[in-house]
Design a protein around this ligand. Structure first.
Ligand SMILES: NC(=O)c1ccc[n+]([C@@H]2O[C@H](COP(=O)([O-])OP(=O)(O)OC[C@H]3O[C@@H](n4cnc5c(N)ncnc54)[C@H](OP(=O)(O)O)[C@@H]3O)[C@@H](O)[C@H]2O)c1
Length: 324
């Protein structure tokens, strides 16, 4: 049994708990919220009895693990506090803002024999391997385009002069870290680190990046990434080979994936999957890594290696684009 706690009471935390409910052995045992009423409402709805409003007490409680779904600026300090108190940590993306922070906490986790990883959906989903296999069917790949452009649900609030967390640079949010990250993951998972890259970002009035573009150059291919929180995509992502094209409806979940062969045939690689099932994959990996570290360490370290590479690249992109 892994008794886990949750930090943050937003919709993504609820989705994670619903996913984790399908994983045998995962038990939602404690909730941390800044306000008791909010924490209690979340905990009661999802079957948890203990609510904390003091993060230090929460860290010292008898939980084994924690899922962190707070604003990005808090990920490092909250993860550190939890690891120092002997808790395994699954943290929402981006796991940290800087590569040094990630490296420090991953080292701390290793010293304490704890699991520390990022809740990035495609890296925990079993069908990612199926999509990778599909790449072998479309011949020589020379170009790919990954897009995640989604008009933010907080856009109206922004236009009304409010400063929602997701557009507040103090929260280390903005488009690159919120949606852009989902384009970098498949690029690196499918094609590895680029030889060189260029990137730029567009800013909104709060000072956060609202949209951005990157071109990743490989010796034999070019991969373009586009992402926006102020405009909506309807075309999805595509990988182009000389014998076929792979289309991807959801780049963050790697779902709605089809091969369109040059001779007109079509093949469904991966259908749609409900969000909480994607979260269940993360919860299952987290559970497996905690309960059988030896057996699963190869997979765990491979995932964290990719997390480290994306974290480093995002940091470099942030710097050249002057993102706060
Ligand atoms: N995997 C995914 O598909 C996905 C989707 C959305 C978001 N995310 C990630 O999940 C994390 C949370 O995103 P979100 O949109 O849920 O964020 P959010 O609504 O701004 O904040 C999440 C929770 O953090 C607490 N919080 C809010 N503002 C805070 C502040 N100023 N100081 C301390 N705590 C604060 C609140 O919980 P209390 O009031 O209970 O303390 C809130 O419910 C982000 O890292 C984001 O990247 C992932």
């Amino acid at each position: 049994m892994v008794k886990y706690g949750v930090i943050g009471s937003g919709w993504i935390a609820e989705s994670f708990v619903k996913g984790a409910q399908t994983v045998e052995g995962m038990c939602f045992a404690a909730m941390y919220s800044r306000t008791y009423e909010k924490g209690k409402e979340f905990a009661e709805k999802l079957g948890c009895e203990k609510v904390y409003t003091d993060i230090n007490e929460f860290a010292k409680s008898d939980i084994d693990a924690v899922y962190i779904a707070s604003p990005n600026s808090l990920h490092y300090e909250q993860s550190k506090l939890m690891l120092e108190n002997g808790k395994h940590v699954l943290c929402e993306k981006p796991i940290t803002i800087t590569p040094d922070e990630f490296s420090e906490l991953f080292t701390l986790a290793k010293e304490k024999k704890l699991v520390y990883t990022e809740a990035i959906m495609m890296m925990h989903a079993p069908h990612t391997q199926k999509v990778k296999k599909a790449l072998e069917k479309i011949g020589k790949i020379t170009t790919a385009h990954f897009d995640f452009s989604q008009l933010s649900s907080k856009y109206k609030a922004l236009k009304n002069g409010e400063n929602p967390n997701i557009f507040n640079p103090e929260m280390k949010t903005g488009c690159l870290r919120d949606l852009g990250i989902y384009c970098y993951y498949p690029a690196l998972e499918f094609f590895g680190l680029p030889e060189k890259f260029s990137a730029s970002a567009g800013f909104i009035k709060t000072g956060a990046d609202g949209y951005g573009t990157a071109v990743l150059d490989y010796p034999d291919k070019q991969v373009t990434l586009t992402y926006s929180k102020v405009g909506q995509d309807y075309c999805g992502s595509q990988i182009f080979g000389d014998e076929g094209t792979i289309s991807i409806d959801s780049v963050s979940m790697l779902t709605g994936v089809k091969i369109h062969f040059a001779d007109g045939r079509k093949e469904l690689v991966q259908d749609e999957i409900e969000k909480h099932i994607m979260m269940a994959y993360e919860a299952k990996n987290f559970y497996d890594f905690i309960t059988d570290y030896e057996k699963n360490s190869k997979k765990y370290f491979a995932i964290n290696q990719r997390i480290s590479e994306v974290n480093q690249l995002l940091f470099e992109v942030k710097n050249i684009c002057n993102i706060i």
